[in-house]
Design a protein. Structure first.
Length: 201
C-alpha cells in the first residue's frame, strides 16, 4: 500500500496508524498525530481503492452503502499490511493505535470487528457501523474514541449509538464526543480526541 512512515523520537510510545477520509491522502492526518502523540512513530496509509480518482479504503455502491465483499477483502489486506510494516520498520505490532476519519474510521472499525487484538486503541472520527450482523471478537477493554456530529448527514446519531453499543457489548471502553458541525472534522473534535488519548492510552 502507498504509505509514509516516520520513526519514533520517543521509545515505547504507541505507533499511530492513520487512515484518511474519501479523497484524502496519507498526508491529511499528520497534524492530528502531532497533537496526539508527538514522539510516536507514524504509519500513514493511502487507501487502495479509487472512486472517480478519489482514494478510499474500500468500495461503496452509494453514499453509506458499502460493498461488503470488497470491505472484507480490503480489511484483510490492511491487516496483513500492518503485520508486514511492523516487521519492515521494526515497530511493536502489539502497541499500535489507529486514527481515522470517515471512510478511514470505517476501515478501522471493520478491522476491530474482524480481528482480536488488532489494535491497542482506536480513534474514530465520524465512523459508521461497517458491517451488520457480525459477531465481534472480545475487545478486552480496548479504549475507543468516537467523534460524532448531532447533525452529521452521513453518520446519523442513531448509527453512532449503535456502533457504541456493539463495541461496548464486545468489551471495549467507548467514549463518544459530540459536535454540531455535520460530517466535518473540526479543531475542537481533534483537541477532544487528543485530550482523551492523553488520559486513556
Ligand atoms: C464511507 O463511504 O466510508 C462513508 O460513507 C464515509 C465517506 O467516505 O463519505
Amino acid at each position: 500500500m502507498i504509505h509514509l512512515y516516520q520513526q519514533a523520537t520517543e521509545a515505547d510510545r504507541p505507533t499511530l496508524v492513520l487512515f484518511h477520509g474519501t479523497g484524502g491522502t496519507e498526508r491529511d492526518l499528520l497534524p492530528l498525530s502531532q497533537l496526539m502523540s508527538p514522539g510516536s512513530a507514524v504509519l500513514s496509509l493511502r487507501g487502495n481503492v479509487l472512486e472517480n480518482g478519489m482514494p478510499r479504503f474500500f468500495r461503496r455502491l452509494g453514499q453509506g452503502v458499502f460493498d461488503e465483499v470488497d470491505l472484507v477483502h480490503r480489511t484483510k489486506e490492511v491487516h496483513k499490511f500492518l503485520d508486514k510494516a511492523a516487521e519492515q520498520y521494526g515497530f511493536d505490532r502489539a502497541n499500535v493505535a489507529a486514527v481515522g476519519y470517515s471512510n478511514g474510521a470505517n476501515i478501522i472499525a471493520s478491522l476491530v470487528f474482524h480481528f482480536p487484538n488488532v489494535l491497542r486503541a482506536a480513534i474514530l472520527h465520524h465512523p459508521m457501523v461497517p458491517l451488520w450482523g457480525r459477531q465481534l471478537p472480545n475487545l478486552f477493554s480496548m479504549p475507543v474514541f468516537i467523534g460524532a456530529g448531532t447533525n452529521d448527514p452521513i453518520c446519523s446519531p442513531a448509527e453512532t449509538d449503535e456502533l457504541k453499543k456493539l463495541l461496548t457489548q464486545a468489551g471495549a471502553a467507548v467514549t463518544v464526543h459530540w459536535e454540531q458541525h455535520g460530517h466535518q472534522l473540526t479543531r475542537p473534535e481533534v483537541e477532544a480526541a487528543a485530550a482523551w488519548y492523553h488520559a486513556e492510552v
